[in-house]
Design a protein around this ligand. Structure first.
Ligand SMILES: [Zn+2]
Length: 435
C-alpha cells in the first residue's frame, strides 16, 4: 500500500516508543526552559525534565485544558521567540479570549507532512483534482490541507464556501475527483445534487475527505451512497496541526501519527488511564512542534484505542475509534466547535445582563443552523424598539466576528425545551432558564 512516510508509518512498537521517548524528552526540556506555565506545573509536582525516562512518565504531568490556553493569551505558551514564528492562527477559546497558536517554519512542514500522509492513506495521488469547501471558521484547516495537496502534486481548486449550486457546477465542469470538506456540507451537497437532478455517476468524483466534525456511520453511508464515492476522514484539533493527528486508511482505521503525538485515553472525571480498549477522553501531547508544545492536552473528545494493532494496510501506528461524542457540551456547527459558555458571554455582553435563552442547533437542508431564542424579560423592555433591535443585531454580529458563525436570534415571550424539540436538534438553555 502507498504510504507517504514508509519509514515512520511502519516502525515496530519498540522503535515507535524509542522515537516517542526521545522526542518527549526534548519537548519537555524545551517547555520547561521556555514556558513558565509548564515550569510551574513541573515544580509543583516536584518533577524535573530528567525524571522522564519512559513514555509512561508523561503521567507525572498534570493535564492542560482549554482554559489554561485561554489564561495564557496571547503568547504565554509559545516556546520560541516571536521572530521564529511564521504563522499565527487564532481559534475561538473558552476563557473569553481566543486561543493563539503559533507555528515555526519547521512546524508548518510537519503539518504538511501529516496531511500528505492523510491524502496517501485515503488513496489520493498526483492525478487527483481536489475541490475544497470550508466555512470561514475552518479557513486554517483548509489552508493546511491545500498546502499538503500541492505537496503531493495533486491539483487544488482552492475554493471557499460558495453557493452549493455553483460548487456542483464547478465539480462537474472541472472534473473534480475528490471533495475536501466537512461531513455536514457533503451531506448537504447530496441533497443539492438530487434537487438539480444531477446523477452522481455523471460526476468524476471518486472520494471525499471529510474532517472537523463527528461523522456517525449512518451519515457516512448516506454521503457515500448519495455521491457514489468512498469517504475518508482525519482527526485533529484546532490547537495543533488541524486534522493531522490521526488519519484514516482504506481499511477504515484511524491511525495516530505516533511519531508526532502521544495519545492517551483517560477517564474524563478522574483523569486516570482507562483500561486498554475502553472508552475515555483523548489526551494529546505534541512531540515535534517547536512553537506551541502541548503537554497532556485534554481534547474533550471521547474515543477508544482499537485493540488489534495489525492493520492490513501495513501501518503499525495505533488506531483509535473516530470520536463521535464529547466529554463536555461543545456544539458542532457546520464543523466549527462552539461552547455554550462562548455564546453566553456574547449574549450577556450585548444585552448587558444574563437573561434566559435557548440555543437550538438543527438541520436545514442537511446544514446546521443555530437559533437563539432570547426571552423578553421585563428588564429588557425599552420604549424604543430600536434599542432591542440593536441588541439583537449586536449578538448576531459578535457571533459572526468572534466565533465565525451565523445565527438566527429572536426575542420570544417564553419558550420551553419541549416546544422547540425536534428529532435531530440539539437544544440547550442557559442556566438562568426556567421551564
Ligand atoms: Zn490501516
Amino acid at each position: 500500500m502507498r504510504m507517504y512516510n514508509r519509514r515512520y508509518e511502519k516502525l515496530v512498537r519498540e522503535e515507535i516508543e524509542q522515537v516517542q521517548l526521545e522526542r518527549l524528552q526534548s519537548t519537555v526540556q524545551r517547555a520547561f526552559k521556555n514556558i513558565p506555565f509548564y515550569q510551574n506545573e513541573l515544580k509543583t509536582r516536584n518533577v524535573t525534565p530528567s525524571d522522564i525516562t519512559a513514555v509512561s512518565d508523561i503521567a507525572k504531568f498534570g493535564f492542560t485544558t482549554r482554559d489554561d490556553l485561554g489564561y495564557n493569551y496571547p503568547y504565554g505558551l509559545f516556546a520560541v521567540p516571536l521572530r521564529d514564528i511564521v504563522r499565527i492562527n487564532s481559534t475561538s477559546g473558552i476563557a473569553g479570549k481566543p486561543t493563539v497558536v503559533g507555528y515555526t517554519k519547521n512546524d508548518l512542514g510537519v503539518w504538511v507532512e501529516l496531511l500528505s500522509r492523510l491524502y496517501f492513506a485515503s488513496g489520493i495521488t498526483a492525478d487527483d483534482i481536489l475541490q475544497f469547501s470550508f466555512v470561514f471558521g475552518l479557513a486554517n484547516w483548509g489552508r493546511g490541507m491545500a498546502a499538503a495537496a500541492e505537496n503531493i502534486e495533486a491539483s487544488v481548486i482552492p475554493m471557499n464556501f460558495l453557493n452549493p449550486e455553483k460548487e456542483i457546477m464547478i465539480m462537474t465542469d472541472y472534473k473534480t475527483t475528490c471533495l475536501v470538506s466537512t461531513p455536514s456540507h457533503a451531506l448537504h451537497l447530496v441533497g443539492v445534487l438530487d434537487e438539480l437532478g444531477v446523477e452522481p455517476g455523471k460526476l468524476s468524483l471518486k472520494r471525499a475527505i471529510l474532517v472537523s466534525e463527528p461523522m456517525p456511520a449512518g451519515m457516512r453511508s448516506r454521503i457515500e451512497e448519495g455521491l457514489g464515492i468512498h469517504v475518508s476522514s482525519g482527526y485533529g484539533i484546532p490547537e495543533a496541526m488541524g486534522p493531522g493527528i490521526a488519519y484514516e486508511c482504506l481499511e477504515g482505521r484511524l491511525h495516530i501519527a505516533e511519531d508526532h503525538f502521544i495519545a492517551e485515553v483517560v477517564d474524563p472525571q478522574t483523569g486516570q488511564s482507562v483500561e486498554e480498549g475502553q472508552a475515555g477522553e483523548l489526551v494529546v501531547t505534541t512531540i515535534t512542534t517547536k512553537a506551541y508544545p502541548l503537554i497532556r492536552f485534554k481534547t474533550g473528545d471521547i474515543t477508544r484505542f482499537i485493540l488489534d494493532d495489525a492493520c492490513p494496510c501495513g501501518r503499525t501506528l495505533r488506531a483509535i475509534e473516530p470520536p463521535t461524542v464529547r466529554s463536555d457540551n461543545a456544539l458542532s456547527i457546520r464543523g466549527v466547535k462552539i461552547y455554550p459558555s462562548q455564546i453566553e458571554r456574547i449574549v450577556g455582553a450585548a444585552l448587558g445582563e444574563i437573561v434566559p435563552y435557548v440555543i437550538i442547533v438543527h438541520k436545514v437542508r442537511e446544514l446546521d443552523e443555530l437559533d437563539i431564542l432570547v426571552e423578553e424579560v421585563e428588564s429588557l423592555f425599552s420604549d424604543e424598539i430600536k434599542v432591542l433591535e440593536r441588541m439583537i443585531a449586536k449578538i448576531k454580529d459578535d457571533l459572526w466576528e468572534i466565533l465565525g458563525i451565523r445565527a438566527n436570534v429572536k426575542l420570544v415571550e417564553h419558550v420551553t425545551m419541549e416546544e422547540v424539540r425536534t428529532e435531530d436538534s440539539v437544544i440547550m438553555r442557559n442556566h438562568t432558564m426556567k421551564e
